[in-house]
Design a protein around this ligand. Structure first.
Ligand SMILES: [Zn+2]
Length: 83
């Protein structure tokens, strides 16, 4: 091995968003690593359906969808009230 070109391989603590923590070895610069999904909570292993939504995309879609669907309904009800 060449000297001073390899990152340090050390023990780190991984913390998942579900609350599960475990130790592993990594060249990651920090001693702690936060992850969104792990082997305990991933749908494939847990057998439960779970939406992995990190960037709020589901919420964004629901907002957008609600706007298109309900705005049409609102218009139709408004026009009925007017008549
Ligand atoms: Zn997890």
């Amino acid at each position: 091995m060449q000297k001073e070109i390899h990152p340090t391989y050390h023990k780190i603590e991984v913390t998942c968003s579900c609350g599960n923590t475990f130790d592993t070895q990594s060249t990651y610069a920090e001693d702690m690593l936060r992850i969104d999904v792990c082997g305990k909570c991933h749908p494939f292993y847990s057998g439960k359906q779970k939406i992995v939504d990190t960037a709020g995309r589901v919420e964004k879609f629901n907002r957008k969808f609600a706007k298109t669907v309900f705005s049409k309904e609102d218009k139709s009800t408004d026009s009925k009230k007017d008549k």
